[in-house]
Write a protein that binds this ligand. Structure first.
Ligand SMILES: Cc1cc2nc3c(=O)[nH]c(=O)nc-3n(C[C@H](O)[C@H](O)[C@H](O)COP(=O)(O)OP(=O)(O)OC[C@H]3O[C@@H](n4cnc5c(N)ncnc54)[C@H](O)[C@@H]3O)c2cc1C
Ligand code: FES
Ligand code: FES
Length: 472
């Protein structure tokens, strides 16, 4: 019988009866009895459940922090999983634990195992000790009692530790990959190739496609559902590919935010800065671009950038493939053009032609770990100071991510100058009648949408006039 196999703190685990819908957090606490990992929110917001995972077959393990409350135990297949119990050696604390104690960075201790694992992944990754990197690394962990200054100090102390022995155990046996796992009435598939995935899609039309599980994981952790049929994309080698060439950056349909970031930094820095504000590192280490598009959320953060950049999606079934502009892929509130037998195989983002300007903005109540109130992406081409081509794409303004067509039309052919934006607020109301909700009123959203465009005009014509642009 097929079994899920993975390393847990260096020891091989073979599971053939466990429910694949069980979260890693419940597995650790309820079955493996590693209770150091804690449950705070069970929805990816607090970081108390943070563990570190790597591919068990990689020669040099590359550990990354993830939220165990959102991950299903089936996603562990082939992984090496480290929890706080796996860090100490022969009774000696790990340097990360020692640094937290020395910096007085723990009080009640509930959040501490999560911070330990986040800091372990940070130190293991050999990242620099600057404030921006440390804050970004820690943004997915909350502490209600200590205060963050000592925690940040402890993190600074462990930056650049020599690569860590905790990730380098050599167990006697390695996990054997599972492609088809059954437990009770649940049947989960872990295909390794695109043809295997598309065939399964047809054979099991009711099975759910699971990417990183940062959206679907809430069904397991919050709604406590069991999912009878699931097909995982994360082991499909073709869908993990990232390539830059042929005029575009191509991201496979299982590429995570963290995997894409170095490439976005190189080719689309403004998009990269926006992606760094999606959830936390733990979320970005699992969440995929394809998952973000497929949910078709009106506040999905990647869609405005993808539409403004003229990106397209490659949709594959077992018999055909087709390409659609992202703009046409989203067809309504949480609706897409994806057919029941199709999956998103890749997303292609054309490079910006010389001279085009591109910017992306996210407005949310908190800077870190928050959903957008308004998200916008703008692309501009001018000729002799006159607007030649303009794409203004907004999330949070309508039932879908949408372009401000009336504003685009009014500005095209006009000087790219503050004076041309004088009546922009009234024009916006032709494109959008945004709703009022707990994130912001409709009037606030309209003002914000117009002001972001004003900011773009200033940034592209007199950048020195802006002194602080990242604090929104
Ligand atoms: C704490 C937290 C914070 C978050 N913050 C943000 C944020 O700031 N901004 C934001 O935009 N989102 C945010 N999200 C939402 C989520 O992380 C993203 O939408 C993410 O990109 C989803 O990708 P995934 O791979 O995890 O999707 P999954 O949960 O695996 O799947 C989501 C949907 O996509 C479908 N799907 C996945 N891959 C494919 C494929 N290849 N082909 C066809 N269908 C597919 C699934 O069937 C499912 O319907 C947050 C979520 C959490 C829990
Ligand atoms: S329990 Fe809060 S992020 Fe998982
Ligand atoms: S030490 Fe109490 S929650 Fe952080």
């Amino acid at each position: 019988m097929a079994s899920l196999q993975f390393l847990l703190n260096g020891e091989l685990r073979i599971e053939s009866a466990v429910s694949p819908s069980m979260t890693v957090l419940d597995y650790l606490r309820g079955i493996a009895r590693f209770t150091g990992t804690k449950e705070g929110c069970a929805e990816g917001d607090c970081g108390a459940c943070t563990v570190a995972i790597a591919d068990a077959h990689d020669e040099a393990a590359h550990y990354r922090a993830v939220n165990s409350c959102l991950m299903s135990v089936a996603q562990l297949d082939g992984c090496s999983l480290l929890t706080v119990e796996g860090l100490s050696r022969d009774g000696a604390l790990h340097p990360v634990q020692r640094a937290l104690i020395d910096a007085d960075a723990t009080q009640c201790g509930f959040c501490t195992p999560g911070f330990v694992m986040t800091m372990f992944a940070f130190a293991h990754g050999g990242e620099p000790a600057d404030d921006t990197t440390i804050h970004e690394a820690l943004a997915g962990n909350l502490c209600r009692c200590t205060g963050y200054r000592p925690i940040v100090e402890a993190c600074r102390q462990v930056a650049g530790l020599p690569n860590d022995a905790a990730g380098e155990r050599h167990p006697a046996a390695q996990p054997h990959p599972c492609e088809d796992y059954r437990a009770g009435d649940q049947h989960w598939f872990l295909p390794r190739s695109l043809p295997a995935l598309t065939t399964l899609r047809v054979q099991h039309p009711h099975a759910i496609i699971l990417g990183g599980g940062t959206d679907l994981g809430l069904l397991l952790s919050k709604e406590r559902k069991t999912l009878p049929g699931v097909i995982l994309t994360s082991r499909v080698s073709e869908m993990k590919k990232i390539s830059a060439g042929d005029g575009a950056l191509s991201l496979g349909g299982a590429v995570t935010y963290s995997e894409a970031l170095p490439h976005l930094d190189r080719h689309f820095p403004a998009f990269a800065a926006l992606v760094r504000r999606i959830g936390s590192r733990q979320i970005r280490n699992l969440g995929t671009f394809a998952g973000n598009l497929a949910t078709a959320s009106p506040i999905g953060d990647t869609t405005p950038c993808l539409i403004a950049l003229g990106a397209s999606v490659a949709l594959h079934s077992d018999t055909k493939s087709r390409t659609l502009p992202v703009e046409d892929f989203i067809t309504g509130y949480r609706k897409t053009a994806l057919q029941p037998d199709e999956i998103i195989a890749a997303i292609r983002i054309p490079f910006l032609p010389e001279g085009d300007q591109f910017a992306a903005y996210k407005l949310s109540k908190r800077f870190d770990q928050d959903i957008s109130t308004v998200v916008a992406a703008f692309r501009l081409r001018t000729k002799d100071g006159i607007v030649h081509a303009l794409r203004l794409v907004y999330g949070g303004m309508a039932a879908t991510t949408a372009r401000a067509h009336a504003v685009e039309a009014a500005l095209t052919g006009q000087p790219w100058a503050a004076s041309s934006l004088a009546g922009i607020g009234a024009l916006m109301t032709r494109d959008f009648k945004p709703m009022t909700d707990q994130r912001g009123s409709g009037a606030y959203r309209l003002d914000a949408a117009a002001n972001l465009l004003r900011r773009f005009q200033i940034e592209t014509t007199q950048p020195a006039a802006l002194t602080r642009v990242d604090a929104l």
